[in-house]
Design a protein around this ligand. Structure first.
Ligand SMILES: [Zn+2]
Length: 344
């Protein structure tokens, strides 16, 4: 009878370990421990073995058998951990080019008014960083101005001006954007910027969630934000400011207004949003881009109000800004540098 109990107990323990080894979450966490993760894992399992040995529950032969199984399980786990740490081996749950739709069960998804479109995942092929960057080419949703969504998930009024006036409960689901001095519509430039940024991010080892991957996507600002919340590690929306100026005032990010900092989910995430914005502007400054004043302007945005991951709206200039591919490429270099400096 004791042998039977021992065998069952041994099998259960081993299956627990093997199950844990097949679960990406703990392995991802181990990966974050980088170089020390393997030794930590060995220590954890070793101490577990020691405690079982001390228990005196196992017979010698059964204990040796279990020890061998434990060791095999540990080696397998370490091998899997190493493969995840190896940047040449994909760790994403997604396949390259996969279309991702909004899941109606996701938090705040029911606040969206336009959500039939899909975003596209692109996976880096080398130097994998294990981060999915949500790249949101601002605007570009036909019918976006005909419907409205709540400015804030709790239905409270907007606290600053912007595309929608202060005090409004609802905002246009997706505005059409500004127009450059040469007549080019903002959505055309934000898409081109997103495409250039995508290539640079992939080359750097980041995976990319292209929220809008063509001229139009049927995803409003809430849907775009919720998709990023659930799929990406951060959310970068690309815009140019419609300020009416006839000179290029430079780049800045939209920081979180103090009036929003006590409202969830902003209360739990505004520091991440602002830190990401600061990092991106620092990267833009590094590549010599003009920076507007201190690099930020606080505006109450739908995106910010619904974001549960580091999320920022970057304004890369205004109607007077050059938007040639060479300028967009430099700006993309700055954003990548900024991301590389961001502390996750
Ligand atoms: Zn815009």
């Amino acid at each position: 009878m004791k042998k039977l109990y021992t065998s069952v107990f041994c099998m259960l323990l081993c299956s627990c370990i093997l199950t844990a080894c097949n679960d990406k979450t703990p392995l991802s966490k181990l990966q974050k421990g980088s170089s020390s993760s393997d030794s930590s894992f060995r220590k954890l399992i070793s101490s577990s073995l020691v405690s079982h040995r001390l228990s005196g529950f196992f017979s010698d032969s059964r204990r040796d058998h279990c020890t061998r199984l434990f060791t095999d399980a540990v080696e397998e786990a370490i091998a899997q951990n190493a493969s995840i740490s190896n940047p040449s081996i994909p760790s994403s749950n997604y396949t390259n080019g996969q279309q991702v739709a909004l899941d109606p069960s996701w938090k705040y998804a029911d606040h969206s008014a336009i959500s039939s479109g899909t975003a596209t995942i692109y996976l880096a092929t080398s130097n994998r960083k294990g981060k999915i960057i949500g790249v949101n080419a601002g605007h570009g949703t036909s019918g976006g101005t005909a419907v409205k969504t709540l400015c804030h998930p709790d239905g409270s009024p907007k606290t600053t001006g912007g595309s929608t006036a202060e005090g409004a409960i609802q905002a246009i689901a997706v505005s059409s954007g500004m127009t450059f001095a040469d007549g080019t519509p903002e959505p055309t430039v934000t898409l081109r910027m997103a495409q250039i940024l995508k290539e640079k991010l992939l080359a750097e080892g980041y995976d990319v969630l292209m929220v809008r991957d063509g001229e139009d996507v049927q995803l409003d600002n809430v849907a775009r934000t919720v998709l990023c919340n659930h799929v990406a590690d951060c959310h970068i929306a690309l815009h140019w400011d419609g300020d009416g100026l006839n000179y290029d005032k430079g780049c800045f990010y939209i920081s979180v207004p103090d009036t929003l900092k006590s409202m969830e989910p902003v209360a739990s995430h505004w520091q991440q949003h602002d830190a990401l914005g600061e990092a991106l502007v620092a990267g833009l400054r590094n590549i010599g881009a003009t920076i507007y004043q201190n690099g930020h302007m606080s505006v109450d945005l739908t995106q910010t109000s619904y974001s549960t991951i580091p999320s920022v709206d970057v304004e890369l200039g205004n109607a007077a800004s050059d938007h040639s591919d060479s300028t967009l490429s430099q700006l993309a270099d700055g954003l990548v540098q900024g991301l590389n400096q961001y502390s996750w």
